[in-house]
Design a binder for this molecule. Structure first.
Ligand code: 3PY
Ligand code: MG
Length: 262
């Protein structure tokens, strides 16, 4: 390998899911490379840049990927939709793991797999000389190693998704299944109350069903007090809250503490 070439960029998150090694991370919605870099120093296995509900867009996703690159954490991106063109751009800018929201059927999961991989497995277009993902062709044999370092996690957050859970897990190329408690709560008639016992029981059962398929299971866990219970129920990877909420909660607490002493 010449000094102008790089070794393949290994997706340690994908490998962790396949060996069911527990992973903790956070959602990021602040849309800011400085806060992304700060969080990259904090000991999380992964940081998830959210384009579904956060205002992150293509240039700011790229800036955050660049900010996080020197640190031992993996970047995940949740795209706003399943559009293969959106996914192609994200992979091109160097995203190696996609968390796809609102996956309800095995057919949708299969379409996502196809969008993420080059032919013959999929339909991803080839443009490595223009793309950060391949480090503009500095990565040796990028196209040959892309499949083994590209990871798909699908989100289950509807009744239909629950009904099709086993079939979705069985799609070749689905590396993990992530429960979205807020949308699931809404789907179960408990909008705004993901802690409702019906929702929590449904989550526990879903985690067990995902594990029975041999697939890595994950979920959003806004309360660190629930980590142990979710782990016992079969969660392998958990997103522990969001940077936006962390900032607000800490600021509210700071203001309140100061006021108590005025
Ligand atoms: C949800 O809870 O609906 C999510 O998408 C992840 O937090
Ligand atoms: Mg959701």
């Amino acid at each position: 390998m010449s000094s102008a070439q790089l070794a393949p960029l290994v997706n340690t998150f994908k490998h962790a899911l396949h060996s069911h090694r527990p992973q903790v991370g956070m959602f990021m919605g602040l849309n800011n490379p400085v806060s992304a870099e700060i969080l990259a120093t904090c000991g999380f296995d992964f940081l998830l840049i959210d384009c579904e509900h956060g205002i992150n867009d293509m240039p700011t996703v790229q800036a955050q990927l660049q900010a996080m690159a020197p640190y031992p954490t993996q970047a995940l991106v949740r795209p706003v939709d399943h559009n293969p063109a959106t996914l192609k751009q994200l992979l091109g800018m160097g995203v190696q793991t996609i968390l796809a929201p609102m996956v309800d059927t095995a057919a949708q999961a299969e379409q996502l797999v196809q969008a993420l991989h080059y032919p013959p497995r999929g339909t991803r277009g080839v443009g490595t000389g223009l793309e950060r993902g391949a480090r503009w062709n500095a990565v040796t044999d990028y196209v040959k190693h892309a499949e083994s370092n590209t990871c798909l996690v699908v989100q289950i957050e509807s009744i239909q998704g629950l009904d099709n859970l086993e079939a979705i897990c069985a799609v070749d190329g689905v590396d993990g299944v992530f429960i979205g408690p807020s949308d699931l709560a809404a789907a179960l008639g408990h909008l705004g109350n993901a802690q409702h016992p019906d929702v929590q029981n449904t989550i526990t059962l879903a985690l067990s069903r995902i594990n029975q398929q041999g697939t890595a299971a994950g979920l959003f866990c806004g309360n660190p007090g629930q980590v142990a219970a979710y782990r016992a129920a079969g969660a392998c990877f958990m997103a522990l809250g969001a940077d936006t909420a962390l900032l607000r909660n800490a600021a509210v607490q700071l203001a309140a503490t100061a006021r108590q002493n005025l």
